[in-house]
Design a protein around this ligand. Structure first.
Ligand code: ZN
Length: 151
């Protein structure tokens, strides 16, 4: 991949133009905020986790196309997964985007459309845009509010 335009594949633009799961989740029992100073991307992630399973996920924030599309696709991918599955997905995604461009990539089918974001490995400056939502996700999993947030 040598052309930056190839990075912005149609699926990424689609999620940037029409982000899925955008907005506040009033009854979230896990949340976290993330900031990528390299690009200025900001994301706040809201999760409802019941019995160890992600029941719902939403995000707010403002970011570039990559950061927004990554948060949008990630929230779609989380629903219905256990915390262990979510962490495994993070590992696969993170490994994918941080694999050097000259190293062949074996893409795990479990990533689904998230695979389209792995093209950022060609552009090191953008990797943090793609991983911001995911690092925020790990922070949110650690955040145990236990009760409904009124924020
Ligand atoms: Zn960005």
């Amino acid at each position: 991949m040598s052309d930056l335009r190839e990075l912005y594949q149609e699926v990424i633009f689609d999620h940037y133009r029409q982000p899925r799961n955008r907005g506040v989740l009033p009854h979230a029992n896990h949340s976290a905020e993330g900031y990528n100073p390299l690009c200025g991307d900001r994301v706040t992630l809201y999760l409802i986790i019941e019995d160890g399973v992600v029941k719902d996920a939403r995000f707010e924030g403002s970011g570039c196309a990559i950061a927004t599309a990554s948060a949008s696709m990630m929230t779609e991918a989380l629903k219905g997964r256990t915390e262990a599955q979510v962490r495994a997905l993070f590992e696969r995604f993170h490994e994918g985007v941080t694999t050097p461009p000259d190293v062949p990539l074996s893409v795990d089918p479990a990533l689904g459309k998230l695979e389209t974001l792995l093209g950022v490995r060609e552009f090191p400056a953008r990797i943090k845009c793609a991983t911001l939502a995911w690092h925020t996700l790990l922070a949110a999993l650690q955040d145990e509010r236990g009760t409904v947030s009124t924020e």
